[in-house]
Design a protein around this ligand. Structure first.
Ligand code: COA
Length: 258
């Protein structure tokens, strides 16, 4: 267990809070494990009708802990990577998922939103998919879900440049349901979650299952994983992780093409 993921059930709503604000809620292997456990336990708890994700502090999450990426690249990563369990559980759950997102949502912080059913952003929220800048590839089936959601041209732009997408654009492109002032994020998310919880749960979960092709998502994640894992060990990725640790821009120009 880690104290950096906090779960709390009130009524039919299970709130899962990412709580590592001093590191912008960057996700460690232990935190992914706790997130996966929380989603899995919700499936066997008949009281839980909605899952609500939120983050502490000024950012939803800075994505995967880059120090842990570097350790994996150096061959000293954990035996089991819980991120896979987390993404599988999130992709498979039939419980509706609400996300309340403030500030930066980086990497998996953005791609996980494509598996959420109702997304509320603050006005200052920015969605960032910087996989290319880390010499990686998109994950969480986002290489399939993002073009499906917003079209190839926009998805390519997000993935190829890795520039922050402002909340208003994310709303216009259909990645989010609503944009609200920061002070209203928690109350609006709670209200949406409670409205969903009050609906007939059997109908809600059946509807969600009809709306999602879980087998397709699983096969896309398998394909992404194989390439992502190889890319993690590439010279390009090593340069990106070292640059982050040294607080400098990466220089990919000296790396030989193979
Ligand atoms: N992994 C590990 N640590 C991270 C992190 C990450 N993904 N993101 C932020 N942190 C740490 C920083 O190293 C810093 O730690 P320090 O105080 O010990 O130096 C602390 O969190 C605060 O981050 P900082 O960069 O100073 O905050 P910021 O507001 O200037 O920028 C971000 C916030 C999220 C834009 C920036 O931290 C960032 O780009 N992080 C990397 C995001 C990323 O590429 N994630 C991987 C996605 S696949």
């Amino acid at each position: 267990m880690t104290s950096e993921v906090i779960t709390n059930r009130v009524g039919g709503v299970l709130t899962i809070t990412i709580a590592r604000p001093d590191k912008k809620n960057a996700l460690t292997n232990a935190m992914y494990g706790a997130l996966a456990d929380a989603i899995d336990s919700a499936a066997s708890d008949r009281e839980i009708r909605v899952i609500l994700f939120q983050g502490e502090g000024d950012s939803f999450t800075a994505g995967n802990d880059i120090g842990e990426f570097a350790a994996q690249a150096a061959g000293s990563g954990p035996a089991e990577r819980h991120v896979f369990r987390f993404l599988d559980s999130l992709a498979r759950t039939s419980i509706p998922v609400v996300a309340a997102v403030q500030g930066k949502a980086v990497g998996v912080g953005t791609t996980m939103l494509l598996h959420c059913d109702y997304v509320i952003l603050t006005e200052d929220a920015q969605l960032i998919t910087p996989f290319i800048n880390l010499a990686l590839v998109p994950e969480a089936a986002s290489s399939y879900l993002l073009p499906l959601r917003i079209g190839h041209a926009r998805a390519f732009e997000m993935f190829a440049f890795g520039d922050p997408l402002p909340a208003a654009t994310a709303l216009a492109w259909g990645i989010a349901n609503r944009v609200v002032p920061n002070a209203e994020l928690q109350s609006e998310a709670r209200r949406a979650a409670e409205r969903i919880a009050a609906k007939p749960h059997g109908s809600m979960t059946a509807m969600k299952q009809l709306m999602r092709d879980v087998a397709k998502l699983a096969s896309q994640m398998d394909a992404e994983r194989a390439i992502f894992t190889k890319r993690l060990e590439s010279d390009e990725a090593r340069e990106a992780f070292t640059a982050f640790a040294e607080k400098r821009q990466p220089d990919f120009t000296k790396i030989q093409m193979r």
